[in-house]
Design a protein around this ligand. Structure first.
Ligand code: HEC
Length: 485
């Protein structure tokens, strides 16, 4: 049998599976980065409170801690598993690759995470109940545990872009996969920006401080923290770009949306301006302003950044060997992994895929469009939506009235060969090229993907039957008493 490890495709017609993941991940980044930065800030403030014997600082830690508990810890704990669920269905082989390399790293991370969660409760509820020195010690442990979760996860995230060291492909070894220049620079960059987020979100808490002098002091502290970390973060971002594969830069230069660079620059400038204003005029620091800045960073800063990181990895989703469409596209001797491309080249994608329905295993005249659609779902839908909306809709790329012959030439020349840097190599038998092209031509002319239409029809039919049955039941129950009478 020439089957390869592929799973059913998760197709999300409105926005595309990739965006569902990105949406959840963006919230998660805001929540997790804010809390890690805050943990370190708390360690510092607790230390200062102990050294200078100040209750107001601990009171601030308590308020900010409670705010984090209610918002970021809840949001973080929901979106964290959300990332697992969504990536597992969107990219089973991608997540599999990460688990095979890093399962113990993740287990370690969860240990630190448990300490972090217990820690935040202790930090909040023990203020005033234990002496300042003990509180400081707890804060330091909390800070270290929080930072450890971040460092571990960034190692795994960097592996998604590129394994730490080239030698990993030959020899495996999780340290080779984990540590690389990209890991270190990305850790530094995220640490800087996490303080930016901590400073902005902390503004919501500072806004509620009644004591004018203390409010001014905290506005200045967070302001400086924010300004310095934003500047360092911006510099690290430049440095980070030197550590990604050339391919990623190519995608970035050619393929990122036009709004990307202006959006990031505007957010950085806006954030700096915000900190300067609130430092000079602490009374402008009201919850609404800080909340507005938080949303701005989320929408205009983190969203483009997360989607860019995702785009730049193309055509890979993990470790430069799992394509975004889940096919393993490269031998990794160090992990005993073999490229699946030779098998697909031999038997075609329809026969190689274990979930192809029997009637679609062979292309013939009566199933041409359906097999074509199936191939588009398997090969393309992770990166391109075959519907009107969603991620990079396919119909946008072809001119109106494109012919079957021209389409076949493109599919065969560009897609089966892997000639385009940001797309996977997608081998197809000639009959499969024909089928995919027929579907793409139809799709280009505004045809609804057959499967979606068929599902819709079935659901409609079922609903109609249900409604009819309900109507009948109703009539029966209405007529019954009369009959009894
Ligand atoms: C790994 C993700 C990925 C997969 C899988 C993928 N593409 Fe693409 N494709 C891209 C990216 C990225 C672009 C760049 C265009 C953009 O960003 O708008 C692109 C561009 C294109 C273009 C525009 C022309 C060009 O050469 O840039 C066409 C046509 C296209 N893809 C068709 C397909 C078809 C058909 C499939 C499935 C058989 C497919 N792609 C699979 C990522 C992918």
């Amino acid at each position: 049998m020439d089957l390869i490890s592929l799973y059913p495709t998760w197709y999300e017609p409105a926005v595309g599976s990739g965006w569902v993941v990105a949406l959840i991940a963006t919230f998660h980044v805001l929540a997790s980065h804010t809390s890690v930065g805050a943990a370190l800030l708390f360690a510092y403030l607790s230390h200062k409170a102990y050294r200078e014997d100040r209750d107001d600082l601990l009171d601030f830690v308590k308020k900010y801690g409670l705010f984090l508990l209610v918002f970021t810890y809840v949001a973080g704990s929901i979106t964290g598993p959300g990332i697992w669920y969504s990536t597992t269905v969107a990219s089973p082989n991608g997540i599999g690759a990460l688990i095979h390399s890093f399962v113990w790293k993740w287990a370690t991370e969860w240990v630190f995470f448990v300490i972090e969660v217990v820690g935040v409760y202790m930090i909040v509820y023990l203020v005033g109940r234990v002496d300042k020195k003990t509180h400081m010690k707890i804060s330091v442990i909390f800070g270290i545990a929080s930072l450890a979760t971040m460092v571990i996860i960034v190692g795994i995230l960097s592996f998604m872009m590129v394994p730490g060291k080239e030698i990993w492909f030959e020899e495996g070894g999780y340290l080779n996969g984990f540590y690389g220049t990209n890991t270190f620079i990305q850790t530094g960059m995220r640490m800087a920006f996490m303080f930016t987020m901590t400073a902005v979100v902390g503004g919501i808490v500072v806004a509620g401080i009644k004591d004018v002098a203390f409010k001014k002091e905290m506005a200045r502290k967070l302001g400086w923290l924010g300004i310095i970390s934003t500047l360092i973060g911006a510099a690290m971002l430049q440095w980070y770009l030197t550590s990604v594969p050339d391919q990623a830069l190519l995608v970035m230069e050619n393929r990122l949306p036009d709004y990307f660079v202006p959006s990031i620059v505007a957010v950085l400038a806006g954030t700096l301006a915000y900190f300067i204003i609130t430092m000079l005029q602490p009374k402008t620091l009201v919850a609404g302003f800080a909340g507005f800045m938080t949303i701005t960073i989320l929408v205009a800063g983190l969203w483009p950044e997360e989607t860019a990181r995702e785009s730049m990895r193309k055509p890979w989703v993990a470790g430069q060997y799992v394509y975004s469409n889940q096919v393993i596209g490269r031998d990794v001797p160090g992990m005993d992994i073999k490229s699946q491309l030779p098998t697909i080249e031999k038997v075609g994608i329809l026969k190689a895929h274990p979930f192809t329905p029997d009637e679609l295993k062979e292309v013939n005249d009566s199933n041409l469009i359906q097999t074509g659609e199936y191939i588009a779902m398997v090969y393309c839908s992770n990166c391109h939506s075959p519907s009107e909306t969603g991620i990079r809709p396919l119909h946008r790329y072809f001119p109106d009235g494109v012919t079957q012959a021209r389409m076949e030439k493109y599919v065969k020349g560009a897609l089966t060969t892997g000639n385009i840097a940001y797309m996977p190599k997608m081998p197809m038998l000639d009959s499969e090229v024909k089928a995919l092209s027929a579907f793409l031509v139809m799709n280009n002319e505004g045809g609804q993907p057959a499967v979606v239409a068929a599902i819709k029809q079935e659901v409609d039919a079922r609903n109609r039957a249900l409604a009819e049955k309900q109507a009948q039941d109703k009539v029966a129950s209405l007529t019954l008493p009369q009959e009894v009478k």
